[in-house]
Ligand binder design. Structure first.
Ligand SMILES: [Fe+2]
Ligand SMILES: [Fe+2]
Length: 208
């Protein structure tokens, strides 16, 4: 009799779960650790939505996202300013950088969403427009160096929480930032070697 009642109860609860459409907005986010402690593996049979990623990893990804979103805007304003100064080659470089940074931001956002986290899309670092091409290069060097530091810290967090997918993404991002650091350093070296005027003469190029 008891077995029959239990069967009936579980059939009823299955029925009600199937009947009620899953409401994404009100899905409960319960830390996996505390849920397991309380209910063992029961959560597998419930409608409770568990976060796939560790909050520490999501926070690290969001720190990277802040750098990317800052870079999108900083490179974009540098591109527009260089265009207005007639430095079309430099303007083209910054425009392409800005688009690249947007693609990086997209990848980081996709990863955060995959992990069931919330992408911090309204968080920015200081966007430095700079008042000369040389100053802009220095600001970009500073920003990209911060990116290298941020992503290296994120990689440590990914290793700690055994999140290989996020680690792979962070490793690609750190290499991208290192390449931009390298580019900015090379420009500053060139300015020292050939002088600012000669350097800028090489950056005039053709208008779009
Ligand atoms: Fe980037
Ligand atoms: Fe970058």
């Amino acid at each position: 009799m008891l077995v029959k009642l239990a069967e009936l109860a579980s059939a009823k609860s299955r029925e009600s779960l199937m009947d009620s459409p899953r409401n994404v907005e009100t899905a409960m986010y319960v830390p996996q650790k505390s849920l397991k402690k309380t209910f063992g593996n029961v959560h597998k049979k419930t409608n409770i939505h568990l976060m796939k990623g560790k909050q520490e990893v999501i926070d690290s990804l969001n720190a990277g996202l802040t750098i990317e979103l800052t870079a999108v805007n900083q490179y974009f304003i540098h591109s527009k300013m260089c265009e207005s100064w007639g430095l079309h080659k430099l303007a083209k470089h910054y425009y392409e950088e800005s688009i690249e940074e947007m693609k990086h931001a997209e990848e980081v956002i996709d990863r955060i969403l995959y992990l069931d986290g919330v992408p911090e899309i309204a968080r920015y670092d200081i966007i430095n427009s700079g008042s000369s091409p040389e100053e802009q290069i220095s600001y970009n060097l500073r920003m990209e160096s911060k990116g290298v530091e941020t992503y290296n810290k994120a990689i440590d967090v990914c290793i700690k929480f055994q999140d290989s997918g996020s680690r792979d993404l962070m490793e690609r991002m750190v290499v991208e930032s290192e390449e931009s650091v390298d580019w900015a350093e090379a420009q500053l070296d060139l300015i020292k070697m050939v002088g600012l005027e000669n350097y800028l003469a090489q950056q005039i190029g053709e208008p779009k």
